[in-house]
Design a protein around this ligand. Structure first.
Ligand SMILES: Nc1nc2c(ncn2[C@@H]2O[C@H](COP(=O)(O)OP(=O)(O)OP(=O)(O)O)[C@@H](O)[C@H]2O)c(=O)[nH]1
Ligand SMILES: [Mg+2]
Length: 617
């Protein structure tokens, strides 16, 4: 596991020179950088330590116009090496970089006072004190301050030792262990093509180990790429532990579109999103505009802090919704920076993503200060279990995991039990309502409490009713449900047998006339009505009825055909091997129920067709 240290500090204060003295590597790799003697884009270096491990460096520019590039580097570091020139002291970008590192909550830092060879020791001492005082109120507070010269080499040995101690502090941080337990995530900082080799990207490897031939999602987007080759410091590796700088040679159709800012990951919690619920270090006015920097990406963002989104959090922090002009790869707990070029110097604000996919519609009513504060507290400390619970509480459901917040589950249970009780009250002798009706009642209750698609609500409701049965709060008899204390009136065994015979007679594609079939089975009219009410048969017209399972099959066939192209009666007749009389009655019935819709060219899926059958994906 390799720790990544990012430089910071004012232009020309000696960052790149210091890295060269420490590592022997010139991080200024671009011809223009070498010509002008200044860093323009992020550069990289690494240092082999006596214990055989390595330390990686990201070198950033100090120029005031290149703060965006500074943040590409600072977005994926574990610690910072803040550089201040003894002859110049704290300057504009020293302050700005400190503010940005503080906003990103970079808590591990080492300060190097460079160019000590140019001034008297007393002056160097003053600068040391000034830097320590400036850091006192930031995340970098208490950082050791060392004095060196990048040109004479004085103090470089001590600085290396200081970097080893810095690394050890990072490794001892529980946040580091938590990070390495996460899935793989690489925020791309460079993407380029090498002739004969294809596309190579570089970035800091977050999360656990990565191996050759592994597939990764490209976020944003829905493509995947395959890792063809891994290189660490120019040396091929079959596998790398998390942390550290990595170069990846990638295969897959999406490689051509890779660029700085995209994320390669196998983490299901990383989502492409242009709307985030966030915690800001301090409140800012509704509709203010900022540039947001996250990882190696950036976008323009507008703050939403009106109505439900204007929540104040403990410690002077504030919740807000950020609307971005582009989708970025985001996960709960990610830290970002907001920057605004104000008239009186640049303004910087740090934040944490609370929810990359904030609630919409019905679930928005659940966005209370208490729930958002609970999510913020969990995200702040990176407690993933607590984050999941708090996010479910905020949304009401987690459809993908078929889970509901306790209050939603309670409401849905109450609706299911009420439906059963109401049925028993209306028809005391009846076996109980149909399972489907009870599930529907629960599904409706879920959709009153939380934003859920009809299909998700139905799936959640089905699980819930099963649980109520398991818990003994409901009893299920076939496709009927009843209360545990409900005793249906005993049915005359002779009539029950006649009912069964009739259902069987109607379980064919072309059933006989209902009247004849009932007479043949010995089933009295009241028992026929009972079968219809209980959903065991479907009566299409005075003299045509089907057993329920047969009817369901026919309806499914009709729907499948209609989803492909408008369904003509003759096509349906041929597909089922029945006659015109039957198919017309079935199509009419499905039209009445809204499952199909009649058009001049034939029947098509109707407004109440199950999702997916309407040709929508
Ligand atoms: N005398 C002296 N000169 C130094 C020292 N460190 C850097 N310099 C000189 O200061 C100038 C700027 O050094 P760089 O290392 O490029 O500064 P930088 O902080 O990387 O600058 P940017 O990347 O543009 O922000 C160069 O001419 C260096 O030779 C030092 O310790 N002593
Ligand atoms: Mg430089």
């Amino acid at each position: 596991m390799t720790v990544v240290v990012g430089t910071g500090g004012h232009i020309d204060h000696g960052k790149t020179t210091l890295l060269r003295a420490l590592t022997g590597i010139d991080a200024d790799r671009l011809p223009e950088e070498r010509r002008r003697g200044m860093t323009i884009d992020v550069g990289y270096a690494h240092l082999a330590l006596p214990d055989g491990s390595e330390l990686d460096f990201v070198d950033v520019p100090g120029h005031d116009r290149l703060v965006g590039n500074m943040l590409v580097g600072a977005g994926e570091i574990d610690a910072t090496l803040l550089v201040v020139a003894a002859d110049d002291g704290l300057r504009a970008q020293t302050h700005e970089h400190i503010d940005l590192l503080d906003a990103l909550d970079v808590r591990h830092a080492l300060v190097a006072i460079t160019k000590a060879d140019l001034v008297a020791a007393a002056r160097t001492g003053e600068v040391c004190e000034a830097v320590a005082a400036r850091l006192a109120s930031t995340a970098l507070a208490g950082a050791p301050v060392l004095v060196a010269s990048g040109t004479t080499g004085d103090g470089i040995k001590e600085l290396r030792a200081g970097l080893v101690r810095l690394r050890d502090r990072v490794l001892a941080d529980p946040a580091w262990a938590a990070l390495s337990a996460r899935p793989v995530r690489v925020a791309v900082d460079r993407a380029f093509r090498i002739k004969g080799r294809g596309t190579v990207v570089t970035g800091t490897l977050r999360g656990g180990a990565m191996a050759r031939a592994q597939s990764l999602r490209v976020v944003p987007g829905d493509a995947t790429v395959r890792v063809r080759e891994i290189q660490v410091h120019g040396v091929p590796a079959d596998q790398v532990a998390g942390g550290g700088r990595t170069a990846l040679n990638l295969a897959g159709e999406a490689v051509a579109g890779l660029h700085r800012g995209v994320v390669l990951t196998n983490d299901p919690d990383v989502h492409p999103s242009d709307r985030w619920l966030v915690r800001l270090a301090a409140p800012v006015p509704d509709r203010s505009r900022f540039r947001v920097h996250l990882g190696t990406a950036a976008a323009e963002a507008v703050i939403g802090r009106s109505g439900r989104d204007a929540i104040d959090l403990p410690g002077g922090a504030a919740a807000a919704v950020l609307r971005l002009d582009a989708s970025l790869a985001a996960a709960t707990g990610d830290r970002f920076v907001l920057r605004r070029a104000a008239t009186s110097g640049p303004a910087v604000l740090g934040g944490v993503i609370l929810d990359p996919l904030p609630a919409r519609a019905v679930s928005r009513r659940r966005q209370t200060p208490e729930r958002v504060a609970a999510l913020a507290a969990a995200a702040q400390v990176g407690d993933l279990v607590a984050v999941r619970a708090a996010r479910m509480d905020l949304h009401g459901i987690v459809a993908s995991e078929r889970r509901m917040a306790p209050d939603v589950r309670d409401a849905a249970s109450a609706a299911a039990l009420d439906a059963v009780r109401a049925h028993h009250a209306a028809r005391p002798g009846d076996a109980g309502p149909a399972l489907a009706a009870v599930r529907s009642a629960a599904a409706r209750a879920i959709r009153r409490q939380a934003t859920a698609t009809p299909a998700d609500a139905a799936a959640l409701a089905a699980v819930l009713v099963d649980e109520l049965v398991t818990e003994g709060r409901l009893v299920r008899d076939g496709d009927r449900v009843r209360a545990p204390d409900h005793q249906p009136a005993a049915v005359d065994p002779a009539v029950a047998a006649a009912m069964d015979r009739l259902v069987e007679a109607l379980a064919v594609l072309a059933p006989p006339s209902l009247r004849d079939a009932a007479a043949a089975a010995g089933c009295p009219p009241a028992a026929v009505r009972e079968l219809e009410r209980n959903g065991r048969i479907v009566v299409l017209d005075d003299d045509l009825a089907y057993a329920m399972p047969t009817y369901r099959d026919l309806a499914a066939t009709a729907l499948a055909l209609a989803a492909r192209e408008p369904l003509a009666p003759a096509t349906f007749r041929d597909a089922t091997g029945t006659s015109r009389r039957y198919v017309l009655a079935i199509l009419e019935d499905l039209d009445r129920r809204g499952v199909l819709r009649r058009t001049p060219t034939g029947h098509v899926p109707g407004p109440r067709a199950p999702a997916g059958a309407r040709g929508e994906t």
